[in-house]
Design a protein around this ligand. Structure first.
Ligand code: MF3
Ligand code: CO
Length: 259
């Protein structure tokens, strides 16, 4: 069943998502060679709790940490560990916050020091595909319009779209109906209506689309070991336009200051 949200509920979702976005900006300050992903997790958990939230991923289906940190060929759901970030890595940080009964969910892929230009292109195209997909999240369009737009942009640039994991409805539960694939046909799928809130999260691979699940039961990795990127926003469909509830603004202010 799909749950449509009132305007008041959407404001609560926005509050949770804004904490997610500020948490990711705190991590943006720390991401550099020499930092472990466990250190990032600790800072995230402390920041989320300082804002009156609870880490939305912690203990979700037994997940052991507050964020997902997926490095290089890891696609999503990497578990923070004593892995030390090194020059040339990329790291997707996925963060969730639960507050006032609603979940926030957003992810950003960061560079660690200097990264090869092919990988920079992967990050740019993945973020663009998310933003282009969001543009299609309008009353009267169909879910497949979002999916097709993301797939088309990624594949036009020579990248491939992960099929095994998808975006999702978001609200009182972290994962609600409908599923939001990053691939599909234009004009197919459910008709989008006011009050639908979804997390759109393209996972785009530099090489082939196939992925494998790690022995830890969580980490998803590309089969060919080439890099993968992941960007995610939670959005609400309003009468006239998509309303992006998370934001990359705080993150990008930090990153612009680093240059
Ligand atoms: N954004 C991720 C997802 O929607 C977050 C889930 S991680 C989990 O799949 F650990 F909570 F499962
Ligand atoms: Co998600």
């Amino acid at each position: 069943m799909v749950f449509f949200k009132t305007d008041d509920e959407i404001e609560l979702l926005r509050e949770s998502n804004q904490i997610v976005s500020r948490t990711l900006a705190e991590l943006a300050k720390l991401i550099k060679p020499g930092v472990t992903t466990l250190q990032l997790d600790k800072v995230a958990e402390e920041y989320i709790r300082s804002q009156g939230g609870v880490p939305g991923f912690l203990h979700y289906n037994g997940y052991p940490k507050s964020i997902c940190t997926s490095v290089n060929s890891q696609v999503v759901h990497g578990i923070p560990s004593d892995y030390t970030l090194k020059e040339g890595d990329i790291i997707s940080v996925d963060c969730g916050v639960y507050k006032n009964g609603f979940h926030g969910d957003s992810a950003y892929t960061f560079t660690v020091g200097e990264v090869v230009v092919e990988t920079l292109e992967l990050l740019k195209v993945t973020k663009e595909s998310l933003l282009l997909g969001i543009e299609k999240a309008r009353v009267g369009n169909r879910l497949g319009d979002i999916s097709w737009t993301i797939q088309n942009h990624a594949e036009t640039h020579g990248f491939s779209v992960v099929r095994d994991l998808v975006g999702h409805g978001v609200g009182k539960n972290l994962h609600e109906k409908p599923e939001v694939p990053n691939f599909g046909k234009r004009g197919s799928g459910m008709i989008l209506k006011k009050g639908l809130t979804i997390a759109i999260e393209p996972m785009i691979n530099a090489g082939k689309k196939e992925v494998i699940q790690g022995k830890d039961g969580w980490t998803i990795t590309t089969r060919d070991n080439k890099p993968s990127a992941h960007f995610e926003h939670s959005i609400a469909i309003k009468d006239d336009k998509p309303d992006i509830l998370s934001t990359f603004k705080f993150i990008e202010e930090v990153l612009d200051g680093k240059k």
